[in-house]
Design a protein around this ligand. Structure first.
Ligand code: PLP
Length: 424
């Protein structure tokens, strides 16, 4: 898109890729090209598309890509106001490609309270296999960031808001500190989306996130994206991408492309519903704590108000009485579905025990997830119905307040890592 439009117009009309407009009439809904392979008229054309000026698709998993995937990538580039995008098989693939591209043996990466599997990448792939050192930043105040940095730190990776603790980091400050030392800042803003957070305006270098959640919005396609400047994206597109081969399927790219057309309508509703739920639950006598940046009680509320145009659809809370009470409450919900993914129309619930099942209880609490922790991906239903559902579930559970633990084990410590097991 050459013209600058608002996010709604961009979400709907953005995304005409290099292979678009192949027909004399314009198909309003983008076509799906399921073909894995694209044939050339001559051997010379094939060679010319590799070594010369021809820009044609060749193979879906190759740098040349597939037209449907390219259309998704160009819509995303328009939405983010970014130079280039590489769509990947999943959010995990996007994060892996990005970190593996940026880090080499002997380097060091600092991560905030990222998604559990992002820590797994740091430990199992970057650490154990590539010899990259990793530090988990346990402080949520980026003023403490310099304490975690070393001479060989190459990457700072943050999730905003983080899953599942809904932490918000001061991105501008983090970028300033990192850039002064030549460190690349990678952001996973799966939970925020470009509707709630304009991360590139704050100087972030790369966004690596999941398209499976809010971006798609309907829980029917897995995908991910790397968004950055053209040189960075091209280096991965021509480097690790075809070799590791985690390409998104054209059908999933098409579903996500369709879903993106309503992102600007869905996000405000997610924001409103989550705010209503968080406000209600904060006043509930059986709830010990609510984590939502839209609440004045959230430690980064003021920062989030400055930094974000919406607080998102993810909220977490601690029910009094520990994991037993959290499990009982979750099982009693009628509308809220028990499941692991998020960011779709249906409200989805996951307890801390579910999301961090491969960590010991001590590790969970040390990380900041107390017993009784429940994460809610607040969906697009009517807020009153959702609140009534949680109220009826809370009314049915017995609470034993002696089991409520809010203090973090090891609070204030600088360096610690969870023990990773490989149950997945
Ligand atoms: C914050 C965050 N980033 C990335 C991912 C991975 O996304 P995907 O499931 O598309 O691989 C998840 C998955 O839950 C997530 O919560």
């Amino acid at each position: 898109m050459k013209e600058k439009y608002g996010p709604g117009t961009t979400a709907i009309h953005g995304g005409h890729g290099p292979y678009d407009r192949g027909l004399p009439t314009d198909s309003v809904v983008a076509p799906i090209y399921p073909s894995t392979t694209f044939a050339f008229d001559t051997v010379e054309d094939h060679q010319n598309s590799i070594f010369g000026d021809l820009v044609y698709p060749m193979y879906t998993r190759a740098a040349s890509g597939n037209p449907t995937i390219r259309i998704l990538e160009s819509k995303l580039a328009d939405l983010y106001g970014a130079e280039a995008v590489l769509a990947t098989a999943s959010g995990m693939a996007a994060i892996n490609y990005t970190l593996m591209h940026l880090l080499n043996t002997g380097d060091h990466v600092v991560m905030g309270r990222c998604y559990r599997l992002t820590h797994n990448i740091a430990q199992m792939i970057l650490g154990d296999k590539m010899g990259v050192d990793y530090t988990l930043m346990l402080s949520d105040d980026v003023k403490d960031l310099p304490k975690y940095l070393r001479d060989n730190t190459k990457v700072l990776m943050l999730d905003i808001p983080s899953n599942p603790m809904i932490t918000v980091y001061d991105l501008e400050e983090a970028v300033k500190i990192a850039h002064e030392r030549g460190i690349t800042v990678v952001l996973d803003e799966t939970c925020a989306t470009p509707i709630n957070l304009r991360a590139f305006d704050m100087g972030v270098d790369v966004i690596a996130n999941s398209l499976t959640k809010y971006m798609c919005g309907h829980g029917d396609a897995v995908g991910g994206a790397i968004i950055s400047n053209a040189n960075f994206v091209q280096a991965i597109r021509k480097g690790l991408y075809p070799r590791i081969g985690a390409a998104i399927s054209p059908f999933n790219a098409w579903l996500i492309h369709q879903g993106l057309k309503t992102l600007h309508l869905r996000m405000p509703r997610h924001n409103q519903n989550a705010q209503a739920m968080a406000t209600h639950l904060e006043g509930h006598p059986k709830v010990a704590r609510v984590y939502y940046p839209g609440l004045a009680s959230h430690p980064q509320h003021e920062l989030a108000t400055r930094m974000m145009s919406g607080f998102g659809g993810m909220m977490s809370f601690v029910v009094k009485g520990g994991d037993e009470a959290g499990t009982a409450l979750t099982n009693k919900l009628k509308l809220g579905k028990i499941g692991t993914s998020f960011g779709q129309a249906e409200t989805m619930i996951e307890t801390g025990w579910m999301s961090h099942y491969e960590w010991s209880i001590e590790d969970r609490v040390r990380f900041g997830i107390p017993p009784g922790f429940v994460r809610v991906s607040v969906g697009l239903e009517d807020a009153d119905d959702l609140i009534a559902d949680f109220d009826q579930a809370l009314a049915q559970i017995e609470i034993d307040d002696t089991k409520t633990i809010l203090e973090l084990v090891g609070a204030g410590e600088l360096e610690w890592k969870p023990t990773v097991t490989t149950m997945e």
